[in-house]
Ligand binder design. Structure first.
Ligand SMILES: [Zn+2]
Length: 483
């Protein structure tokens, strides 16, 4: 707060301000008071409790991770180290059809629900209970929660290899309505995965009508990101249009070497759809993806690393083909013996990844999996990799545009009020970084590494991290859907 002498809390002096709108960087001072940005401009005469000389450093809005699986990471007063250390101040959870709530499990979660955690994590009968637990013991960053279709299916159906009956759709709708009322900002599907694959488009549309009534958003891990990627885009546009909801295509990619180059046609389809309806997309800056171990995805990949394995935890980080060789068995047999497991799949091309990242509607989403023992490096490095590798090394787009993809674009898309932009009155979610040094250091071999070049991170006006080290403050909040 401003004290009796008119002082600010924190004053960044001579920062290179990149405000998140895409406007050119400009040198200036930024002051915070309480949880808000209080003043911007030439504040030479102003006083503050904490002065930060920011010469040569970029001050930008805190990054919003548009696509996460941090549902469990944000619990228990979490430091959210993989995220906060790379400048992320808000995470959108509940993607790909999977959310921890509302679901109570008394046995091991079936894949892909096991990506979020073990059985103990699934203990919330109501979405409101999950949000209450986050708020009782807040994390270091903000949480913008979504509810997953697959979670609703598992909560209401006795077998998942078929379409939901009208009664089951009513049961899912009741859970969905409670979640949206509690403040979920959106609804996601993961139609690619076995637990949701049998759901016809009509089942999704039935649920979207409720999402529409609450003014929430729809995100989808599409049915097909390989040979049928264009058809899946059309299905997604159709569902969102008929359900009257804005759409986000999750982690857009063209998987499998025979499909490389198809991003030209998929982005054309997205552009065409955007003339008729609200469509956004997110992507991460790597040619490898990661999810549960599945033979269908192994077949589309040139290389597969094991991220975790329940029966063989010692095998994490190793190549699937080497494991099969060592065990003197077929790759299929190795998959069988390793499962349940998670894997990292090299299945995209640089060209497609760069083309998709450069599209003006593309937000940055890490898609990181914090529960994995040997996670994909995107968990710790996605945002600095865009600012370092993509902007500075490859010159794919200007720094201001990269920051826009991480800040105002997701804030607008997910309707996160008063965030994503450095403006007076907005929440003081801020990142101070060195544009010449910012870089991802996490690799496929050593994935748990803090980014370089992130000097300070502020969440709701409180210092969340200094030089990559997370501070004691746990000033994150649940960002509920704005009424
Ligand atoms: Zn996904």
């Amino acid at each position: 707060m401003i004290d009796d002498h008119g002082n600010f809390d924190t004053l960044f002096r001579h920062a290179l301000i990149v405000d998140g709108t895409g406007a050119p960087a400009r040198i200036g001072d930024v002051a915070t008071s309480g949880d808000r940005i209080a003043a911007i401009g030439d504040l030479a005469g102003a006083q503050a409790r904490q002065n930060i000389e920011a010469d040569g450093l970029v001050l930008s809005p805190g990054f919003i991770d548009a696509h996460t699986h941090d549902d469990a990471l944000v619990l228990g007063g979490s430091a959210m180290e993989p995220k906060v250390s790379q400048g992320v101040t808000t995470v959108v959870t509940g993607n790909c059809g999977i959310s921890l709530a509302p679901l109570v499990l008394d046995s091991s979660p079936p894949a892909p629900l096991d990506l979020l955690g073990d059985r103990e994590g699934y203990r919330y009968a109501r979405f409101a209970d999950y949000l209450a637990e986050i708020e009782a013991n807040p994390p270091a960053g903000n949480v913008a929660p979504m509810v997953g279709h697959t979670t609703l299916r598992v909560a209401t159906m006795d077998s998942l290899d078929r379409a939901a009956t009208p009664d089951e759709i009513r049961a899912m709708s009741r859970l969905l309505e409670e979640s949206l009322q509690a403040g979920a900002i959106g609804f996601s599907t993961g139609l690619y995965y076995p637990l949701a694959r049998a759901a016809p488009t009509e089942e999704v549309i039935d649920l979207l009508s409720l999402v529409s009534r609450f003014g929430a958003i729809y995100t989808t891990h599409m049915r097909d990101e390989e040979d049928g990627v264009e058809l899946s885009l059309l299905e997604s546009f159709d569902a969102a249009k008929r359900g009257r909801v804005p759409l986000v295509i999750s982690h857009h990619k063209c998987m499998g070497s025979e499909n490389h180059g198809r991003s030209v046609s998929t982005l054309n389809l997205i552009d065409e759809a955007r003339t008729r309806q609200a469509v956004g997309l997110d992507a991460y800056p790597y040619v490898a993806g990661s999810t549960v171990l599945m033979d269908a995805m192994v077949r589309k990949s040139s290389r597969v690393l094991i991220a975790w394995s329940k029966p063989h935890p010692e095998i994490r980080g190793r190549d699937l083909s080497d494991i099969a060789l060592q065990w003197d068995c077929s790759v299929n047999d190795a998959i069988e013996r390793l499962s349940p497991a998670g894997a990292i799949y090299f299945h995209m091309s640089d060209e497609d990844v760069h083309r998709i990242l450069a599209h003006p509607a593309t937000m940055i989403g890490s898609d990181g999996l914090p529960h994995d023992e040997h996670p994909h490096p995107r968990l710790w490095g996605a945002f600095p990799r865009v600012l370092g590798h993509c902007v500075r090394d490859l010159n794919l787009f200007p720094l201001e545009e990269a920051v826009r993809k991480m800040t105002t674009l997701p804030a607008t898309t997910f309707k996160l009020k008063n965030r994503g932009c450095i403006a007076v009155g907005n929440f003081a979610d801020l990142v101070l970084f060195d544009p010449t040094a910012i870089a991802d250091t996490a690799t496929f071999e050593a994935p748990r590494q803090r980014a370089a070049g992130i000097r300070a991170v502020f969440v709701n006006g409180k210092t969340a991290a200094i030089d990559g080290v997370v501070e004691q403050a746990r000033s994150g909040r649940v960002l509920r859907r704005a009424a």
